[in-house]
Ligand binder design. Structure first.
Ligand SMILES: Nc1ncnc2c1ncn2[C@@H]1O[C@H](COP(=O)(O)OP(=O)(O)OP(=O)(O)O)[C@@H](O)[C@H]1O
Length: 301
């Protein structure tokens, strides 16, 4: 792929992932449709999109677990199938652990597979369940173990498919500490998530809808120029009802009503039409509202 300096300030040859125009179809379903993506060392790139948007399929193409029908893909400077597996860490949605083996046995198995003579010490919480079967240690610890196994051989690129799904907020924060530590050490991280608090911790985001890239950039880039109308009235239920009846995409935020991606004049007309008094203020849209707007635009396209 193209040589030279990238706009974000590093050599293109340093990019860990370069994907251009990737398409993967299953029968009539275009799971990934002309999707492009880059990951540089030290970046945390968040891949977002509704269920079925194509995130997992794209990751699987990058990891050579699926072949693309079209497009160019380079991972660590090679075609996906030729990548040195030691340079990759992958935590799939299903975690990839042997649940009928113990924590220690899983560690031994992965160490042998990657030729790691001396695995790093287990974190205390995993050391406490060394001999327990993985099936019995709870999802938070299972996810920790999957991270530990994926990082044991010090990969340059870490690919995480919904790594914190189903765990409590404390366990999620710990897993994100690990992600940040890895990125600070120069590892490139590509992570799918449905949690917008996690998305906000990424260096950059790629938002997919129906296989396509519908927005990309930092949270500020993506939300920039998108607005919501905040509506405050004495009778918040009447405000909500009037806007919902007018078919506007209204959400309640406490007792405040918000309508994203709709001109204030349309909101005011709906309120006036229903005889409801309220004040309107135009504010920047949140990331959550922006996601809804870009996904809706993607679906319409
Ligand atoms: N092996 C397969 N055979 C047929 N269709 C598939 C296959 N894998 C994925 N798909 C379809 O491709 C589309 C994208 O699926 P994919 O799992 O990549 O989405 P996703 O964004 O990862 O979703 P989720 O957030 O639910 O994991 C969906 O319509 C899915 O049903």
């Amino acid at each position: 792929m193209s040589a030279g300096r990238h706009a974000r300030g590093f050599e293109r040859s340093e990019l860990l992932v370069q994907a251009r125009g990737v398409t993967r179809t299953y029968g009539d379903v275009r799971a990934v449709d002309d999707m492009s993506l880059e990951v540089a060392p030290g970046e945390i790139v968040g891949l977002l999109g509704a269920n079925g948007a194509g995130k997992t399929t794209l990751l699987r193409v990058l990891l050579a677990l699926e072949a693309a029908d079209a497009g160019e893909v380079e991972v660590l400077g090679s075609a996906p199938a030729a990548v040195d597996r030691h340079a990759l860490g992958y935590v799939p949605q299903g975690l990839g652990l042997y649940t009928d083996l113990s924590t220690d046995q899983n560690v031994e198995f992965v160490a042998q597979a990657y030729g790691v003579a001396e695995p790093p010490p287990l974190p205390d919480e995993l050391a406490a369940v060394r001999t327990a079967l993985v099936a019995e240690i709870g999802l938070g610890l299972q996810r920790r173990l999957a991270f530990y196994c994926a990082l044991m051989h010090a990969p340059r690129l870490l690919v995480l498919d919904e790594p914190t799904s189903g765990v409590d907020p404390l366990a999620r924060a710990r897993l994100w500490d690990t992600i940040h530590e890895q990125a600070e050490a120069g590892v490139g991280v590509l992570v799918t998530t449905h949690y917008l608090q996690e998305a906000a911790q990424c260096t950059r985001l790629e938002i997919m809808s129906h296989g396509r890239r519908v927005a990309h950039g930092t949270v500020a880039d993506i939300t920039s120029g998108r607005e919501a109308v905040v509506v405050r009235g004495d009778d918040w239920a009447a405000v909500f009802g009037a806007l919902a009846d007018a078919g506007l995409p209204v959400v309640l935020d406490g007792r405040t009503t918000r309508v994203a991606g709709t001109p204030a004049a349309d909101v005011e007309a709906a309120l006036a039409g229903a005889g409801v008094e309220a004040r309107t203020d135009v504010v920047p849209a949140t990331l959550e509202e922006t996601m809804v707007l870009v996904e809706r635009a993607g679906a319409e396209a």
